[in-house]
Design a protein around this ligand. Structure first.
Ligand code: FES
Length: 354
């Protein structure tokens, strides 16, 4: 069912440009992932990658453990341990290197979006608690957590014996110690209730992760619009946690649509983000508000997003909810001028339109 596309190798050989030496920032491109970031003239490349939300394996941060090693494919760099320049073809440690020009680096330890292969793990159930009339917050602890990588916004499946896998967005950031899930379950919703019953009985559960391409492997250089319906909020929480950790500076707007007030199960958390983090705006959309004409197909949520006044040519949109909501939103935004390539949702992958 899932296709994880291979990374695209597209190495360009670039000669150092003397004009590069004078600019404030160097552009650094990592291959084969194709992920790029800006590095300040004076700072080390590992810190610059981290500021852009790019996860590079690292431990000593002093050029010793070699975990952050890369090969310089094009450009000119400086080894800050011995003050020697590094030329194309040389090895370098990102933690002890500054860029003298724009750089192309080969580092296979950095994954492209959606290019991390899913695996099965036995997870320990740390906590299961009810946080609303029908949503549970679940915390799972995975073995060898430091070696298990996923991107913000990806999801996992829970595999119970004799049952189809159940898929849930990961609600925590990739750096969190435990994995958080928000599971909506009622006795009438048999498969989800079965998962909650199994988790509540404690012990361990088999999970498969990571899944999903509608995620962030690095921080975008433009504003973000996040749109969630119901427990689609879980995916947005992972993105927001990650963006806050990377000190993302561009505006972030979160629209969260629910049918009834009591369905907005973490409204206080979203309000807290808005109080603590200046780039962030929270816009709740509730179907049973007075004058609401909620018709069950998320029209009100889509209308609210359309009225946001965003520049559709300069925004990246992430949406999480039912296929009806996602496609209604996508069609409306593309008609308003959003390029299709700037719209991301797992729905496009698991429920493609015929
Ligand atoms: S983190 Fe150890 S060499 Fe860079």
């Amino acid at each position: 069912m899932w296709t994880i596309s291979g990374a695209v190798w597209a190495l360009k050989v670039r000669c150092p440009d003397p004009t590069d030496m004078a600019s404030d920032h160097r552009r650094v491109v990592l291959y084969p992932s194709g992920i790029a970031f800006n590095a300040a003239r004076e700072g080390d490349l590992l810190s610059a990658a981290a500021s852009a939300g790019i996860e590079v394996p690292a431990a000593c941060r002093n050029g010793v453990c070699e975990l952050c090693e890369a090969r310089l494919v094009a450009g000119l760099a400086l080894n800050t341990r011995n003050q020697q320049t590094v030329e194309a073809g040389g090895q370098l440690m990102l933690c002890r290197t500054t860029a003298l020009t724009d750089l192309d680096l080969e580092i296979s330890a950095v994954m492209a979006t959606g290019n991390n292969q899913p695996g099965n793990y036995l997870a320990k159930v740390v906590d299961v608690r009810s946080i609303s009339h029908d949503v549970y917050r679940v915390e799972l602890q995975l073995p060898r957590r430091r070696q298990l990588s996923f991107h913000a916004g990806q999801y996992l499946s829970i595999k119970l014996p004799d049952a189809e896998p159940c898929y849930f967005s990961i609600a925590s950031s990739p750096s969190a110690r435990n994995i958080e899930l928000h599971i909506q379950a009622t006795p009438e919703w048999v498969s989800a209730q079965k998962v909650i019953d199994a988790l509540t009985s404690g012990g361990e559960v088999t999970v498969e992760l990571p899944h999903g391409k509608a995620c962030l492997a690095s921080t975008p250089e433009k504003p973000l619009l996040l749109v969630a319906a119901g427990t689609g909020f879980a995916q947005m929480k992972s993105l927001v946690d990650y963006l806050r950790e990377t000190s993302y500076k561009h505006p972030v707007k979160l629209y969260w649509g629910v049918r009834r007030h009591e369905d907005m199960y973490l409204r206080s958390l979203a309000r807290q983000w808005q109080e603590e983090w200046p780039p962030f705006t929270f816009l709740p959309v509730v179907g049973d508000d007075e004058d609401s004409d909620w018709r069950g197909h998320h029209d009100q949520l889509v209308h609210a997003v359309l009225a946001s006044g965003m520049d559709w040519n300069n925004v990246e949109v992430h949406a999480s909810g039912s296929p009806t909501m996602v496609y209604t939103l996508m069609d409306a935004l593309v008609e308003a001028g959003l390029p299709e390539g700037a719209f991301f949702s797992d729905v496009l992958e698991y429920a493609p339109r015929a």
